[in-house]
Ligand binder design. Structure first.
Ligand code: G4P
Ligand code: NA
Ligand code: NA
Length: 192
């Protein structure tokens, strides 16, 4: 998605530890028009999949996920983060280690909002090691729902999350794939 890549080049700041700060349009202030286009693009890519629910993790995944839900006319469920497992029988849950924040969270979804006949599309803002996505796949598996694909706004392709998920047979679509942050500049896959 060219306008997304242009925006990343224009506004993205490369921070130490291979973190890309995109607070002006994605992670703090949200560019609604760009987010709307992101939703339309994912909806187009997953058009023939008969998706019944979108799954994401709070908080930054919600904006793109909601735009996809709007385009496909399906509900969006965001997994909630908890510091420790408050496990009652009502919640599907998985452990997710956050690389940028260096904390482990338990993410959970109420069993009411995920069914065995669901065709799930997972959406997230970033993918690095794929921990968040793996947690959501685990939750979908607990519900015996089918994950038909994963849509990522910005994939840090130099980390191994995307590769591992694709090798496991999942369809992963990323709108911008970052190859490296060489010289504090963003370089996309296929552009060197
Ligand atoms: P992973 O899920 O692919 O393993 O990624 P990782 O643990 O590295 O990511 C943890 C969090 O940081 C996620 O948000 C993810 O979206 C975000 N993230 C990862 N890499 C980057 C990056 O380079 N730039 C930015 N801006 N975010 C990144 P979160 O901390 O779980 O929560 P929230 O911010 O959505 O509340
Ligand atoms: Na996120
Ligand atoms: Na985030």
């Amino acid at each position: 998605m060219e306008n997304l890549k242009d925006r990343i080049k224009q506004d993205g700041q490369v921070l130490p530890g291979n973190v890309l700060k995109v607070n002006s349009f994605l992670n703090h202030q949200i560019d609604s028009d760009l987010m709307y286009e992101i939703g339309q693009e994912f909806a187009k890519r997953f058009d023939n999949e008969k998706i019944t629910r979108i799954l994401t993790v709070e908080s930054s995944g919600i904006a793109p996920a909601l735009m996809v839900g709007l385009a496909l006319h399906v509900p969006v469920v965001f997994a909630r983060k908890q510091k420790s497992a408050i496990l009652n029988g009502e919640v599907y849950s998985a452990k997710v280690y956050s690389y940028t924040k260096q904390v482990e969270n338990i993410v959970g979804i109420d069993k009411k909002f995920l069914q065995a006949d669901d065709q799930v599309l997972i959406i997230d803002d970033f993918m690095a090691n794929g921990e968040a996505v793996k947690g959501l796949v685990e939750i979908a598996n607990q519900a015996q729902a089918k994950v038909v694909g994963v849509g990522i706004v910005i994939e840090k392709a130099f980390q191994n999350g995307g590769q591992a998920l694709r090798q496991a047979g999942l369809r992963v679509e990323s709108l911008a794939q970052i190859a490296s942050f060489t010289d504090n500049q963003v370089h996309f896959l296929g552009e060197e």
